[in-house]
Design a protein around this ligand. Structure first.
Ligand code: DGT
Ligand code: CA
Ligand code: CA
Ligand code: ZN
Length: 576
């Protein structure tokens, strides 16, 4: 069993214990163990198999959980879980994905109406029966229905990071077929969209037909949805991501990349432009209307050039003014990963990170960065052992000393300070003033009305210490929508207050989205692209995702704080 699987089963058990109304302390111990195991560098199974090791070495795993892990590893379940599953159907766990009920509410609808699936819950709400239960009302019914609609909308989509992982498995596998010239991903993945519906791969070369054969034989191709001479589709892995592979002639590669990269709306505009110029555009090439003569098709650049356009980076192909900009020579010089000179959001073992400050610094140095900010949590996140004033001030001093004693790169002392419900900072301003850079983030009370949330963020922007607004919308992709607030008002105020908006590159956040970045840029906002790393490997993995969102928001290097060389960066964060 992989650690991820151990973690999932423990977290599910904790959910079931909540429905059963069990002791909060025990539930928390399951949750803590789940998250510790998920991020643990060694496999639990390996530790269990080694007589010289103990799973109780994993933080948060005591004697009780150690025997749970042992049983789980041995037979795929454990006594406690079996007992809960005898009491409740496993589909009840799906209801946790719907906002508004909480574990008590789920227990209640199950006891009263035997509701155990999302469909049944929807029916109860539509029949206005939910409101008849204690402490529930018409407003909650409405909220639950809305959340169900959102849930349906997002199912069937996958994280960009997951799509990249699958592409990273399939492309090398397919490349092993003989006679392949080119193989690449198109579609929403190439555009860097935050979630993808399916994965679109293209292949050219004399071996392309063999690649289609090899494709449907992949061990993880658990369903073959179709296979013809030029195209095959599979469902990949347990998650069931659809992957389409298309085989194309060499001379059509550019036209096919253009066509299958989309977006559909971008393509529609491009095709109508082609027609005005007396040519037709399809996945095989660009052809003159009068005599069907091929004009272009081998590369994307020549397709765009034949239409009188500069090549348009895939991230911009969303029908949001990119064709006009290309025509008029005002496409942005988009930021690139190599422009990034530091990372400004990361956690360490001081709070909920898995690596020490030194380990994070080492890993950041290996990426070629000039500087980082260490930004652990503040005390409101008690579960994460957040810093209080005293620890924050001591940390600032520790960093000053460390920098003097010599480190592989410059470290700035920071904090990811909670923004309290009323918009105040979690720590006193005199303590915050000791730190080099303070991120203000919302981690609680995310269900406020839009006006209240706007006021809260506007008040936070009054803090003299706050320099970055962390993951500004609070969204968790496929899981939690952005909290509602007046984004334009907040972004404008951030610009006025010289507070940088974070583009959080953590793959399940990608917060801000490209569209919001672009809106904020138009209002004068500046940005910081950060990884929110909780272990060393996140530093390298998450940054490209943040850069993708920035590119989708039309950003150039100069729009982004952490492209600045050290000396200029230091000036930029200096508090007046
Ligand atoms: P997704 O998969 O929902 O994340 O989004 P895409 O953009 O990858 O969409 P997908 O997989 O349906 O198609 C890939 C590209 O192929 C799409 O961006 C544009 C092109 N395409 C597909 N169907 C059509 C169509 O009916 N008309 C046009 N113009 N283009 C299409
Ligand atoms: Ca697609
Ligand atoms: Ca597709
Ligand atoms: Zn955070």
């Amino acid at each position: 069993m992989e650690n991820r699987e151990f973690a999932r089963v423990l977290a599910e058990t904790a959910d079931l214990m909540e429905i059963a109304g069990e002791d909060g302390f025990r539930i928390r111990s399951y949750r803590n163990a789940a998250s510790a195991i998920e991020g643990y560098p060694e496999r639990v199974d390996d530790i269990l198999a080694n007589p010289e090791r103990k799973v109780t070495d994993i933080p948060g795993v005591g004697k009780g959980l150690a025997s749970v892990l042992e049983e789980l590893s041995r037979r795929g379940s454990f006594e406690k879980r079996d007992a809960l599953l005898a009491q409740f159907p496993p589909t009840l766990l799906d209801l946790f994905k719907i906002q508004g009920l909480g574990p008590k509410g789920i227990a209640l609808v199950y006891q009263h109406y035997k509701v155990a699936t999302i469909d049944e819950l929807e029916r109860i709400c539509k029949e206005q029966k939910l409101r008849e239960l204690p402490r529930m009302g018409a407003k909650l019914e409405e909220k639950v229905l809305k959340s169900i609609a959102q849930y349906r909308q997002r199912t069937g989509r996958f994280l960009l990071s997951f799509g990249q992982k699958v592409a990273g498995e399939l492309i090398p596998y397919l490349s092993e077929t003989g006679g392949i010239e080119k193989i690449a991903a198109a579609g929403s993945l190439r555009r860097g969209k935050d979630t993808i519906g399916d994965l679109d791969l293209l292949v050219t070369g004399p071996g392309a037909a063999d690649a289609l054969d090899r494709f449907v034989q992949h061990p993880k191709a658990h369903t073959v949805l179709g296979k013809g001479p030029n195209k095959a589709s599979i469902q990949y892995g347990l998650e069931g991501l659809q992957v389409d592979l298309r085989a194309l002639p060499h001379e059509s590669y550019g036209a096919a990349m253009q066509y299958f990269t989309g977006s559909k709306e971008h393509n529609i505009l491009l095709r109508s432009r082609a027609l005005k110029l007396g040519v037709t555009l399809n996945e095989y090439g660009l052809f003159r209307v009068d005599d069907q003569q091929r004009v272009a098709g081998e590369t994307e650049e020549e397709v765009y050039a034949a239409l009188g356009l500069a090549w348009i980076p895939p991230e911009l192909r969303e029908n949001c003014g990119e064709i006009e900009a290309s025509l008029e020579g005002r496409l942005p010089a988009l930021i690139e990963l190599s422009d990034i000179r530091g990372d400004l959001h990361m956690h360490t073992t001081e709070t909920d990170g898995r690596a020490t400050l030194e380990e994070m610094a080492e890993a950041a140095h290996a990426l070629g960065y000039q500087y980082i900010a260490i930004t652990d949590h503040s005390k409101a996140l008690a579960m994460a052992n957040g810093l209080d004033e005293k620890r924050a001030v001591a940390f600032a001093k520790q960093v000053r000393d460390l920098n003097r004693s010599g480190l592989p790169l410059r470290i700035f002392s920071g904090l990811e300070c909670d923004i309290k419900r009323n918009g105040e900072m979690d720590l006193a301003e005199d303590a915050l003033a000791e730190l080099d850079i303070v991120i203000g983030s919302v981690h609680s009370h995310m269900n406020l009305e839009a006006t209240e949330m706007t006021d809260r963020l506007m008040r936070a922007l009054e803090s003299p210490s706050m320099r970055v607004m962390g993951h500004p919308t609070g969204r968790i992709l496929l899981n939690r929508d952005p909290f509602p607030f007046d984004f334009e008002r907040v972004a404008s105020q951030a610009a006025r207050r010289n507070v940088y908006l974070e583009i959080n590159g953590s793959p399940e956040r990608l917060d801000l989205s490209g569209a919001m970045v672009r809106t904020a840029k138009a209002l004068g906002a500046k940005f910081a692209i950060s990884t929110d790393s909780h272990q060393t490997k996140h530093l390298g993995i998450n940054m490209p995702f943040g850069v993708s969102m920035a590119r989708r928001g039309w950003l150039e290097a100069r729009d982004v704080l952490n492209t600045l060389p050290l000396a200029e960066f230091e000036k930029a964060i200096h508090k007046s």
